[in-house]
Write a protein that binds this ligand. Structure first.
Ligand code: AMP
Ligand code: MG
Length: 530
């Protein structure tokens, strides 16, 4: 019997329908007049399976036995190609930190092709860290275990939280050593090399369109847009100016929905450059991302962005809008009308604002949004959350426990929330008074809403996760994996499959960030080195 991986139905439309690079080889170069370059993954000496996600394997009807086979390891570390795979790297550009950066491209991502699964779904597979491509510029095309554990776990954690995201099938170490200067201080260290296999319906980014627009190549721009419409947005109909506009409107809506989810769960992407914005509104490219422990809208995990804080938590909605603006500029030559593009950008803002309001209403366990009171209730809560260091995730779970049926004293109210505070001794009388004032307004509002406490708690616990991939948790899993112990990677993968469930046996992984992690690299700040 051939291996299941050799029986997958590959339908590699991207390489079949779009123009290819005229040059060959992996040397760095500008790739003009093409959407991709054929490449082959670099062979590695000793690939080992660290983890895989069964739900992603299920998309391809791969069983646990299939995933534990040596063939699976060889393929998803880049040592072999299964029947039907046609590896290639995509050409794209991007705005990085607000500036046009020219050609970027898949510098260390290698697409293997697109599988049509039994359900008729299209899933592209992509190795990250599998070696040089024409887009590697001065870098090595590789990835280290540290960043690969982070990408693998976070992709799956986000999926189970209900956040649109690319998925991760597998995580392999390669047996190779990779040099990384993590602190950019001239002290590179050898780290274990690793490869993640990412999976998504498409890996096309805003920057995929921007590159052709920047080169004034309207023909290629149109080819790629038409391809995207036919492949990923077939419900919009055959390409025309009207469908281009309908498409851009949909991208605006999907992007808004994605960012609402980020704000709901406390996720900070960290590098919202336009090359890291998926055309499908999926969270993509897990680099120096982070999760809010204490609620702080100004926080960013990315040390490269420490000064400007362009990509801080509270700025993500605005930046997504800015990025959509760049996409609008890129596709303008196909539409040549400013007005409808601007309307779509306004639709982004409206979708975000409405979605955010609805999301906050749900986080608070209210059935309806009462404009007269609830906007202020939501805004004032965010002001209360920054009075003292307050763990965002724990706060909402504790808020769900507060009973509104019986009269509670100020002390009792504060006691309900005590676990959410990082430094309870710093809660001054003023802070306590302001917090209690807000809580009493909230309780009144819930009473008006006429929801039973038990029902409210149930509803709140479906949108306010108990378990998120706190930065220090990922780091604990990494520290062990670097010592050859993969148990915590796999345990966290398992816990994060049910982020809204109580899972009392896993309570440790729901605790707030311990003090040692406050300023530790990887836990509170991350460089782009990966
Ligand atoms: P990022 O900020 O991680 O999205 O990366 C920006 C660009 O740098 C993309 O074109 C990546 O493919 C490329 N890149 C990042 N790391 C590497 C690496 N180790 N080797 C080659 N290219 C890389
Ligand atoms: Mg990227």
């Amino acid at each position: 019997m051939p291996h299941k991986l050799d029986q997958l139905h590959f339908d590699n439309r991207f390489v079949q329908q779009l123009p290819t690079d005229a040059s060959t080889g992996q040397h760095p170069r500008q790739v003009e007049e093409a959407c991709y370059s054929p490449v082959t993954p670099t062979l590695v000496s000793n690939p080992q399976l660290i983890a895989y996600a069964q739900e992603v394997a299920d998309l391809f009807d791969l069983t646990a036995a299939d995933c534990h086979s040596d063939y699976f390891t060889q393929i998803f570390a880049g040592n072999q190609l299964a029947q039907g795979m046609q590896p290639y790297a995509m050409c794209y550009g991007g705005h990085q930190f607000g500036h046009w950066a020219g050609q970027l491209g898949d510098g260390r991502a290698i697409n293997l092709g697109e599988v049509l699964n039994k359900k008729g779904e299209r899933w592209a597979m992509q190795l990250k860290g599998a070696g040089l491509t024409p887009y590697s510029r001065t870098a090595d095309g590789l990835a280290v275990l540290r960043s690969s554990v982070r990408e693998f776990l976070c992709s799956e954690a986000m999926f189970h939280l209900g956040v649109p995201t690319t998925r991760a099938l597998s995580l392999m170490t390669t047996g190779e050593q990779v040099a990384r200067d993590m602190f950019y201080d001239g002290n590179p260290q050898w780290e274990k090399g690793a490869v993640v296999c990412r999976v998504a319906p498409s890996f096309i980014r805003f920057g995929s369109f921007e590159i052709h627009a920047a080169r004034n190549n309207v023909t290629l721009l149109r080819e790629l847009v038409d391809y995207t419409l036919r492949t990923d947005f077939p419900h919009l109909g055959e390409p025309s100016v009207e469908t281009y506009l309908a498409w851009f409107n949909e991208v605006c809506i999907k992007t808004a929905e994605m960012v609402v989810h980020w704000q709901r769960v406390g996720f900070v992407h960290g590098v919202m450059n336009t090359d890291n914005m998926s055309i499908l509104g999926l969270t993509i490219d897990y680099g120096p991302y982070g999760w809010l422990d204490n609620y702080d809208p100004d926080w960013t995990p990315n040390t490269t962005d420490r000064e400007q804080r362009r990509y801080r938590f509270g700025n993500q909605p605005q930046i997504a809008g800015w990025n959509l603006n760049q996409l609008a500029n890129a596709i303008y030559p196909l539409i040549e009308q400013v007005e409808p593009l601007q309307q779509a950008l306004q639709l982004y803002s409206k979708t975000f604002i409405d979605g955010y309001q609805a999301m906050m209403t749900e986080k608070l366990g209210l059935q309806v949004f009462e404009p007269d009171t609830d906007k202020a209730l939501q805004d004032d809560l965010l002001a209360v959350l920054v009075l003292a260091e307050t763990d965002m995730t724990i706060f909402y779970r504790k808020l769900a426990n507060i009973s509104t049926g019986i009269e509670l004293s100020d002390k009792q109210l504060m006691a309900e929330l005590s676990e959410a505070y990082y430094q309870p001794e710093k809660l001054t009388e003023v802070i306590k008074t302001q917090t209690v004032l807000w809580l009493r307004r909230y309780i009144n509002r819930v009473q008006q809403d006429k929801t039973e406490d038990t029902q409210r708690k149930q509803a709140m616990n479906l949108v306010n996760p108990k378990y998120v991939l706190r930065n220090y948790l990922a780091q604990l899993a990494i520290d062990k994996a670097e010592q050859g112990d993969n148990s915590l990677v796999n345990e966290l993968l398992e816990v994060l499959r049910h982020p809204y469930a109580e899972q009392p046996e896993h309570q440790t992984w729901a605790e707030k960030r311990p003090d040692w992690a406050r300023t530790k690299a990887g836990c509170s700040m991350l460089s782009c080195s990966s």
